[in-house]
Design a protein around this ligand. Structure first.
Ligand SMILES: Cc1ncc(COP(=O)(O)O)c(C=O)c1O
Length: 345
């Protein structure tokens, strides 16, 4: 599994820690950093709620400050604004690459170049990106990256991973340790593994981990660029079809959005809209404002219907099976050529 994850993100297997979800993987990295009063955390409007809540908690505990980088006219984090905001109090740049509430793709590699130029640690939430976009930690310039297995990787629920560059991993003390990550060295001493596995705890779901490894191998065999082209084309078709429907507003942002399409209907709430297509085997879900608090507050967003087109066996990759774990839930929707699944949104 470690080798599969490493191959997926162009890392070394020793730079990978397996987790029970992306949130925990992200927390392992974040809570190990150590903040003090006045330290600044730079983040983005599209930040995922769990990450933002962690910033709030650390700000409350330590007096660290959260600064949100303004977006450009297209709704993406503006790298020039980011650079202007950097000073020697910036302790961390942490952003979400593709948010939970739409297809926006933040300029993750440009952020990495700035972070590296100023020597600021960079933590990237790649949860909605892995499996639909090529992920190369070297090209992204991130020190830490967290992701899940259950979204565009089409892996089992309850899987996730942390990438941590070997250099910081070797000197980073996890916020919590057990006898998986640490070994008692006699007396009052303990030692930690030299790699990212220092973050892991003893017990885990081996079956789910194997499923994650298999899902990654399958995605790599198909080819991530090929998957990206396909799901993006499906999302573009879906946005165009939705644009033609009176009363529908497509809500996701960005000049070149990825395959998460969010929309609202004028006279029907998102939950009622989402319930309808299930009868026809189309699974969509609802993204609530509380999942992306900064963006939702700024844009006054209500609940959004969220559709994440997937490559499905019968209409996209006819010769391949593309899923694992819970992929029995996958359904192809022949007429529009769109495949969506509740579990991927
Ligand atoms: C952007 C983003 N980050 C993190 C997560 C959390 O992933 P997990 O459920 O594996 O903890 C999600 C889940 O929706 C997400 O959309």
């Amino acid at each position: 599994m470690y080798r599969s994850v490493a191959r997926l993100v162009n890392a070394d297997p020793g730079e990978i820690a397996l987790a029970q979800n992306a949130t925990v993987a992200w927390q392992w990295a974040f809570y190990a950093l150590g903040f003090k009063s006045g330290d600044r955390i730079l983040t983005t409007t599209a930040e995922y709620a769990a990450n933002y809540l962690s910033y709030l908690q650390i700000a409350k505990r330590t007096g660290a400050v959260i600064d949100v980088v303004l977006d450009d006219a297209d709704g993406r984090l503006d790298p020039q604004v980011l650079e202007m905001m950097i000073d020697d109090r910036v302790r961390l740049i942490a952003i979400t690459w593709v948010p939970t509430n739409g297809g926006l793709v933040n300029p993750a590699a440009e952020v990495g170049r700035t972070a590296n130029a100023y020597g600021v640690p960079y933590l990237l939430d790649a949860c909605q990106a892995v499996g639909q976009l090529p992920v190369d930690v070297a090209a992204l310039g991130c020190d830490m990256l967290a992701a899940t297995g259950r979204k565009f990787l089409r892996g089992p629920r309850g899987t996730g991973f942390l990438y941590m560059n070997r250099a910081p991993a070797e000197r980073t003390e996890p916020a919590m340790i057990d006898m998986c990550g640490a070994t008692s060295a006699g007396g009052n001493r303990y030692t930690l593994p030299t790699d990212a596995r220092r973050f892991e705890t003893w017990e885990s779901n081996y079956a789910a981990r194997l499923g994650l490894g298999a899902a990654i191998e399958e995605a790599l065999a198909i080819g991530i660029p090929r998957i990206e082209r396909r799901v993006k084309a499906l999302a573009t078709t879906l946005r165009a079809l939705l644009d033609e429907v009176p009363g529908v507003t497509v809500r996701d942002l960005g000049p070149d959005p990825a395959a998460i399409v969010t929309f609202t209907l004028d006279r029907m709430d998102a939950a009622s809209v989402a319930a309808r297509p299930a009868d026809r085997g189309i699974n969509v879900s609802v993204s609530s404002p509380s999942s992306t608090p900064i963006d939702s507050e700024r844009r006054h967003l209500p609940d959004l219907v969220r559709a994440s087109p997937q490559p499905v066996p019968d209409c996209v990759f006819p010769k391949w099976s593309v899923g694992h774990g819970e992929t029995g839930l996958l359904r192809g929707v022949g007429t529009a050529g769109l495949g969506m699944s509740r579990r991927f949104t």
